[in-house]
Design a protein around this ligand. Structure first.
Ligand SMILES: Nc1nc2c(ncn2[C@@H]2O[C@H](COP(=O)(O)OP(=O)(O)OP(=O)(O)O)[C@@H](O)[C@H]2O)c(=O)[nH]1
Length: 394
């Protein structure tokens, strides 16, 4: 038959394994990992105190053990808040722990009410589990599915519910036994409930952390390091996705290819570092003038692609002209001097049967025409009619 001591020993082993898994995440630098680590260390120490019950020194399991376990769950909650970039209510957590310990001590050493102590621990741990569940589910990322958040938040809510049941049961039945000297199914069930809290929640936290690491590395891989525009590959993927959506919804799409004028001479005159600065400046202007949904990618060198989703041909034309004018009006500081530069653009409005490659070819031809026409202008490609001449916006 399983005994409470055996259950505690197994939990300690589980705890230790989760500690090792968390240690492997330390290098990630993710906020919250340090607190989760501490929560597991504190739980291990608490379990050690509980195992000392047969020694007959109640202060070790009841005061020290419960203080450490209470601190462990507070630490886990703090880790979740840090992970989610939220502030940690350190003072309220500390005060709650101190008050909890004072009442617990009172219920053991002043009046000895075992069932009220069980009710009190149920309220304390249940409330913290509910807070953990609520916080994680409330701050669930909106743009992607994350099983880690669902699992951890859902598990914490379930634990809170388990504690609620335990609290009510012990409140209504003061005759129920609890703890080391009782191997009844009920005692073991509630003991197991308390035992799985930190290892179970830690497992969820590890999944959340892996998800965050994966998302961050995907973001880095899809961005051009110098300008923070999308990489060519990511641009093509995103543009293809947006065109597929447009094909379904009937929304208009335009592609603008942009190229900084005489960029080679900027490099030649001021050096490569200044050229890099101009590239960064250019993308800053683009990002500040565009909507978040507009997809800007660096296609190579000083050439960029901009997919304008949802913009009508007239809107795309006015956006392109606005961007050109913004670049023309802007200056970059080079030492003590201010230098201006311009850009040319080729704009093509997408028609449903066209592939991204065909659309890009038309925009590219328009871009060449803009360069031929003297630069610092936007040329609009005429859709579907090979005979119609290109139109100049500026
Ligand atoms: N500083 C810097 N220069 C780059 C980078 N990538 C490409 N280039 C340079 O960009 C220049 C592009 O020159 P060209 O293709 O002749 O174009 P351009 O001088 O802008 O002439 P037009 O496009 O015809 O106006 C080359 O000198 C490349 O070395 C980069 O990441 N940083």
């Amino acid at each position: 038959m399983t005994s409470p001591a055996f259950l505690i020993a197994v939990t300690a082993l589980l705890n230790f394994m989760m500690l090792l898994v968390l240690l492997s995440l330390r290098r990630s630098g993710l906020p919250g990992v340090r607190e989760w680590l501490w929560a597991n260390v504190l739980e291990l120490a608490a379990l050690g105190c509980y195992l000392a019950t047969p020694l007959g020194m109640p202060v070790i399991p009841i005061i020290l053990g419960n203080a450490l376990l209470g601190a462990a769950i507070c630490g886990f909650y703090a880790g979740c808040r840090r992970f989610l970039q939220l502030s940690v209510p350190v003072r309220p957590l500390l005060i709650s722990l101190v008050v909890y310990m004072i009442i617990l001590g009172f219920l053991r050493f002043y009046v000895d009410y075992l069932h009220l102590r069980v009710v009190l621990t149920s309220i304390y741990h249940g409330t913290l589990d509910a807070l953990i569940g609520y916080t994680i589910l409330r701050h669930h990322p909106k743009t992607r599915a994350t099983h880690g958040h669902d699992f951890t938040g859902g598990f914490a809510v379930l634990l809170a519910f388990g504690y609620l049941v335990r609290g009510i049961l012990y409140l209504q039945h003061p005759e129920l036994k609890y703890w080391f000297n009782d191997s009844s199914a009920l005692n073991l069930t509630f003991l197991a409930l308390g035992a799985v809290v930190i290892p179970g929640l830690t497992m969820g936290a590890v999944v959340m952390a892996h998800d965050a690491i994966l998302t961050a590395s995907e973001e880095v891989a899809s961005r051009d390091f110098l300008t923070n525009a999308l990489s060519r590959k990511a641009f093509i993927e995103q543009a293809t996705r947006q065109m597929a959506t447009a094909a379904r919804t009937g929304r208009p799409v335009s592609l603008l290819l942009l190229d900084i004028d005489h960029f080679k001479s900027i490099n030649d005159r001021f050096g490569h570092a200044v050229g890099d600065e101009v590239l960064r400046d250019f993308t800053l202007i683009m990002h500040s003038a565009l909507r978040a949904a507009d997809c800007l990618g660096r296609l190579g060198g000083e050439e960029f692609g901009l997919l304008l989703y949802g913009a009508s041909p007239a809107e795309a034309r006015s956006i392109s002209e606005r961007l050109r004018a913004l670049v023309e009006a802007n200056t970059v500081r080079i030492g003590d001097n201010l230098t201006a530069y311009t850009m040319s653009g080729g704009l093509a409005h997408w028609s449903a049967e066209e592939s991204l490659q065909e659309l890009t070819l038309r925009a590219d031809t328009a871009l060449y025409q803009a360069k031929d026409a003297g630069r610092n202008c936007i040329v609009i490609s005429q859709p579907m009619s090979p005979t119609s001449p290109p139109e100049h916006a500026h």
